[in-house]
Design a protein around this ligand. Structure first.
Ligand SMILES: Cc1cc2nc3c(=O)[nH]c(=O)nc-3n(C[C@H](O)[C@H](O)[C@H](O)COP(=O)(O)OP(=O)(O)OC[C@H]3O[C@@H](n4cnc5c(N)ncnc54)[C@H](O)[C@@H]3O)c2cc1C
Length: 216
């Protein structure tokens, strides 16, 4: 695949448009592609927009600076070439449920953009919760996301008591919603536990990264 253009939405959020033969690729909400980030290492990233006719697709990358993937992606420039696999994995969306609740962080902005446009066009009720670094709190607005709440990333989402006091749990509005939880594995684990305890909704979850672990 070839890099067509790159832009930074914030110093930590890089959007890249790639070009290549994607005519046989299968795109599903939640699927991810593996990107070769060194001679021997691969990392998962989500294609959030594609146009098969023109062979282009877009990915939003979190440049967190802690790993080989993040450092490599930061260096990518127009005309660089690299290996990206076709998307595969776990579907995170049930179209039969007309209420959709989403939790994620910087790694989940791509899937959030794709999901938001799908939910809007189907007239579904939806809400996004994001935990983001202070520097990225304006990114959802810049990506034209809707119905979102941004929480500062400060470890609150690993505190069960704090999570159970979130506005979402103060009404029964979301009791039959589909919950898609992605991003920081520890936050998801806590969120999932509280949802289960409250016996709430249908839950899809996938950790996108785990502190201290390379490449999930
Ligand atoms: C299905 C799926 C889809 C994904 N889609 C995307 C996507 O669209 N965009 C995207 O940016 N990421 C996405 N990710 C997450 C991405 O694959 C991980 O963040 C990956 O670990 C990055 O590789 P790395 O080489 O930079 O860090 P690694 O070498 O894997 O990890 C090194 C250390 O960095 C830290 N680390 C890893 N990720 C983060 C992070 N996000 N923030 C802070 N510290 C971190 C951890 O402590 C880890 O021990 C996805 C993951 C999965 C499983």
């Amino acid at each position: 695949m070839r890099v067509l253009e790159t832009s930074y939405i914030s110093p930590q959020i890089k959007k890249i448009r790639f070009q290549g033969n994607i005519s046989k690729w299968n795109f599903q909400m939640g699927y991810a592609s593996v990107v070769r980030v060194s001679e021997t290492e691969f990392r998962n990233y989500t294609v959030f927009y594609h146009d098969k006719e023109n062979g282009i697709f877009d990915i939003i990358f979190h440049i967190h600076g802690n790993g080989v993937g993040s450092k490599y992606i930061d260096t990518l420039q127009t005309n660089d070439e690299l290996f990206i696999s076709q998307p595969r994995g776990k579907v995170l969306y049930d179209p039969s449920i007309k209420q959709q609740f989403f939790f994620g962080d910087e790694t989940s902005l791509g899937i959030a953009v794709a999901l938001c446009s799908l939910l809007k066009s189907n007239n579904y009720k939806f809400q996004f919760y994001f935990e983001l670094d202070e520097d990225n709190k304006n990114v959802p607005e810049l990506l034209e996301l809707e119905n979102y709440t941004v929480f500062t990333k400060n470890g609150s989402f690993i505190n069960e008591k704090w999570v159970s006091n979130l506005p979402l749990f103060q009404t029964d509005e979301w009791s039959r919603a589909n919950f898609a939880l992605v991003g920081n594995a520890k936050s998801i684990q806590t969120f999932r536990k509280v949802l289960k305890y409250k016996n709430q909704g249908n839950i899809y979850s996938q950790g996108y990264w785990l502190e201290g672990k390379k490449g999930l």
